[in-house]
Design a protein around this ligand. Structure first.
Ligand SMILES: [Ca+2]
Length: 460
């Protein structure tokens, strides 16, 4: 006789289905209502609008720059789908606080491209003391621009006005400087995003930054300012480095986390070599925190700390098959540059290059511990260092990724990286925002968790 499902299980299953379905409908209804409220309270721009109109959803403006003149702190501008040939050159008004910002947002569910016409310098330039501005959900295309897609034009002198408290989120940032040709000279001015001087408290969240630049000195995201967060971005195919922090200025206390950085350094240098672009370069700044990043593919090094970049923390990153070093400390081009007090901990470096996985060239007081290395040259090496400590690392041990060929760098259940990391408060969450249990940190960007079908299905 066939076994029948016990009645209590059946009732439980039906209850789960009913609750889930109502929860789903309720959430959808809530989202619809909040969109309706947003649309009714926002200014709106559309390609079939008219700048003489009131800028409402029924009577939208035609140009973004017209709409910007109407915005006050707390206002939102929604831009409807289509392509806008405009440059926003210091024309976005400031908000008052993060409670009353000025927000520019692509209309939910619509694709909005801002691509300035030939001759424009940038897609967006923030200058003066612009602050409390959110730019959310656009495709920002520098195909015709001369310089960066976005520039935050801060001044070196803190007594002069600089932009600050700008949130750049959910945008695609591409093709900076594509109108330029390199004509054999080095240029430094077509990064995807460039922040200079005192452009502090900037948040770069969940952007896709790709195919920017002309020469190998043009980076995806080049941030030379302080107190900023670079979180959850995908950065690839840029001519120079993926992310570069600091250069010539004292970039302080920046956080670089949860980013995926791959296959940058697409330009050759004037020596015909691709040896300039880093995945993540930490230069000349203090206190840079780099964690839960995943870096692979063509780069001089996946993570580089040098040129006086001091007190950097390089923690719980996962590096796979970069063409140079995995992590390198204190290796400036002129052979004298150093970095002080760097911590390199809980990183996985899986290399197929013949350079050491982790190299301390000229670091001072570097600590390299609880990392896992594997590949052609899994060594953790030091050269002209001062007081380097290398301890508790797993050298030449396969991390057992789930599927590295398809860029899935989560850990298999029998990975030696599981529970082999140091417990460090500053990386309490992993790449997936899962808590790392104290005393049981894994090495690499992901904390291994057993997956239970029902639990993952019930998660929001
Ligand atoms: Ca663990």
């Amino acid at each position: 006789m066939r076994k029948r499902l016990p009645l209590v299980v059946l009732i439980l299953l039906i209850a789960i289905i009913v609750v889930s379905a109502s929860l789903f409908l309720w959430r959808n209804r809530e989202a619809e209502m909040s969109l309706q409220a947003l649309v009714e309270s926002a200014y709106v721009v559309a390609l079939d609008g008219d700048d003489a109109q009131a800028g409402t959803v029924e009577a939208p403006f035609r140009t973004i720059n017209r709409a910007l003149r109407a915005l006050k702190p707390g206002d939102t501008l929604l831009v409807r789908g289509g392509q806008y040939a405009e440059s926003l050159n210091n024309t976005i008004p400031s908000g008052e606080s993060w409670e009353r910002p000025v927000t520019l947002k692509a209309y939910p569910g619509e694709q909005v491209i801002i691509m300035p016409p030939p001759g424009a310098e940038r897609v967006i330039n923030f200058a003066g003391d612009s602050q409390y501005i959110i730019v959310d959900g656009f495709i920002l295309d520098g195909t015709h621009t001369q310089y960066e897609v976005i520039k935050l034009s801060g001044k070196e002198d803190s007594s002069e006005p600089s932009p600050s408290h700008i949130r750049i989120m959910n945008n695609e940032i591409r093709n900076a400087g594509a109108a330029q040709s390199s004509n054999g000279e080095y240029r430094y001015f077509s990064a995807g995003i460039l922040a200079t001087g005192q452009s502090n408290y900037i948040e770069y969240l969940h952007n896709i930054i790709h195919d920017n630049g002309v020469t190998d000195f043009d980076h995806g995201l080049y941030h030379t300012s302080s107190f900023s967060i670079i979180d959850g971005n995908h950065i690839y195919n840029n001519k120079g480095s993926g992310i570069k922090i600091g250069w010539g200025q004292n970039a302080r206390d920046n956080i670089v986390r949860n980013n995926i950085v791959y296959n940058n350094n697409t330009a050759e240098g004037d020596d015909g070599q691709k040896d300039q672009g880093r995945g993540i370069g930490v230069y000349a700044g203090t206190g840079t925190l780099v964690y839960n990043n995943i870096v692979w593919g063509h780069h001089h090094s996946a993570i580089d700390v040098t040129y006086g970049g001091n007190d950097a923390r390089i923690i719980n990153n996962t590096i796979h098959n970069t063409t140079g070093w995995g992590i390198v400390i204190g290796f400036g081009a002129d052979g004298t540059e150093t970095a002080q007090n760097t911590l390199v901990a809980n990183n996985i470096v899986y290399q197929q290059s013949d350079l050491p996985a982790i190299m301390d060239a000229r670091g001072v007081d570097t600590v390299i511990e609880n990392n896992l290395t594997f590949g052609l040259d899994p060594h953790i090496d030091k050269d002209a260092d001062t007081n380097t400590v290398i301890q508790n690392n797993l050298e030449g041990v396969d991390p057992l990724f789930v599927d590295a060929d398809n860029f899935d760098f989560e850990l298999q259940g029998n990975s030696p990286a599981i529970n082999a990391g140091l417990t460090l408060d500053m990386v309490a969450l992993d790449f997936n925002h899962q808590a790392r249990p104290a005393g049981e940190y894994d090495i690499g960007a992901y904390e291994y968790t057993q997956s239970f079908f029902l639990l993952s299905w019930l998660k929001p």
